[in-house]
Design a protein around this ligand. Sequence first.
Ligand code: NOJ
Length: 559
Amino acid sequence: MEKVWWKESVVYQIYPRSFMDSNGDGIGDIQGIISKLDHLKDLGIDIIWLSPVYKSPNDDNGYDISDYKDIMDEFGTMADWEELLAQIHNRGMKLIMDLVVNHSSDEHEWFIEAKKSKDNPYRDYYIWRKGKDGKEPNNWESCFSGSAWKYDETTDEYFLHLFSKKQPDLNWENPTLRGEVYDMMKWWLDKGIDGFRMDVINFISKVDGLPDGEPQEGKKYVSGAPYFMNGPKIHEYLQEMHQQALSGYDVMTVGEMPGVSPEQAQLYTDEQCKEVNMVFQFEHVDLDSGPNGKWDLKPLDLKDLKWSLSRWQKGLEKAGWNSLYWNNHDQPRIVSRFGDDQNYHNESAKMLATLLHMMKGTPYIYQGEEIGMTNVKFDSIDDYRDIEILNMYKEKVEAGVPVKDIMKSIYVKGRDNARTPVQWNSSENAGFTTGTPWIKVNPNYREINAEKVVADSNSIYHYYRKLIQLRKQHEIIVYGDYDILHEDHPQVFAYTRTLGNEKLVVVCNFYGEDTTFELPEDLSSKHNTLLISNYNVEESEAISQIALRPYEARVYKLS
Ligand code: NOJ
C-alpha cells in the first residue's frame, strides 16, 4: 500500500457559522477561525476541512451556494480567506475546502438565468421536466421532506431539488456545466488549497428517464434514492474530474457518499481508479435508525457496530482507504449518542475516541468533539435553526404526530446538536460571541469548555492530543492490518492491528458496567507496553484476563 501524507494525517472539521465570532454579530467568521488556529495546532491537527464559506443565502447554512468564487458576507472577505490560508500554511497545516456541486443555490446566477426561458443558455445547467398528469414528473422525495420537484410558472416546468427548494440539482449530463465545475475547482487549487471534501458527490449521476421510486423505498432513504445514489455515470464523472481538475496537484479528496457499500467504496478509492482518496460512508451512523429512517429511533446494538466497522476495515484493506469519523455538522454528538454524557462523560468520550482513532484510515475530528461537547435539548422548536429539522417538524405536526415524540427524535438525531456554538470558555455565550448567537449556546458551557479542558491534563482534549501523537509515532496505527477479537463478546469491542512483526491490541468496554476480557494466549504471552488508556493501569498488570471498568479503553503494543 502506497504511503502518502493524507493517510498519515488527522483532519479537523470547522463549521464556520458556529466556530468563533470575531465581530459580535453572533455568527462565526473567518477572523474568528484565525484567532483559534493555535488551538488546532496544539491539538496536533494536520488538515482543516472548512465547511462552505462561499456566498450563500443560507437556506442550508452555506450548502446552497450562490457564488462559488466569493466569500459569504457574514464570514468576511476574500482577503480574510487568503489570510486564513496563509496562517494555516504558516503553522504547517493544510486546508481542504467543501465542494458542493450536486446543487447550487436558486440564487446562483446560473439558475436565475436558467429560469428565464427554455432556450436560455443556462437552462440545461439544471434538471427540468414537464409535469405528469398535472403533478410532479415523478415521485422522488427531497432529503428535506416533501417532493423533490418544484414547479416554475414562467416556463411551466418543474426543476429537481434533492435537498431544499432553494438547492436546485445541477445537470451533470451537460458537459458545459461539468467544465465550469472543473474550472472553478482549479481556480481554488491555484489559490493553494490542499484538496476538497465533496458534498453528496455520489448523487450527481441520475438514472436516465428519472424513473419513479418503488413504494417500499422512501423509508430508510427517500423515494427515488436508488436512481440517484451511485448512478450509472458516477465513475465516469469522477474520473473526468480527476483528470481535468485534480491531476497535477498534490491534494487530498474525500467524497461524501450516503448509501455506499464497501465494495463500491473500493471502486471509488482504489488508487488505480483515480477518483477520490476516501469516502464518507454512512453505515455506522445509520445503525441507530429504524426501518423508517433517521427519525425512527432505535438503540445501537454493539454487534451491528462491530460488524459494520469491521467489514469496512477489511473491505478496504488491500485497495482503497477509509475515512474514520463519529461526528460532523450533520450528526449528533458522539458522547451523547454512543457514550454516556451524564455518568461517564470523560470515560466514554475517551473510549469512543480510542476505538475510532486506532483503526485504519484517516481520522476526522469535528469541532467541539475534542472538548467533549454534547447534544442539546431546546424546549421550543423556535430555538432550532436547521432546515431539515424545521421541515420534518412541520410535516409531522401536519400528519398528527405528537409534538413530544417529534421533539424526542430532534433531541437524539437533529443536526443542530452539532451546530451549537463551540464552547471556548465559561464567560457569557461560552466566549463564542459578544453578541447574540445565531443559535443558542448549549447551557452546559460552564462545565464543558475548551479553556477548562486545556488546563486539565486528564481531560478529553489531552487524550485526543495523545491519540494524535501516537499516530505520528507508530506507523502501525496508520498502516497495520485490522482484525477483530472475540466478535461475540457482548460488551467489549476489541481488535488487533498488525504490521510486519508488530502488533497492537485495542480493548474497549462499550458500556457503563464492569466486565472482563480474555486475550488469546498467543497475544497475552508477549511482552506488552501500554500506549494509552482512559483509567490508571498498573504497568505490571497481566493482560491474559483484563478486568475492565465502565467504558475503559486500553491500547497495548506487543513485542
Ligand atoms: C450534505 C451536507 O453535509 C449537509 O449539511 C447538506 O445539508 C447536504 N449535503 C446538502 O448539501
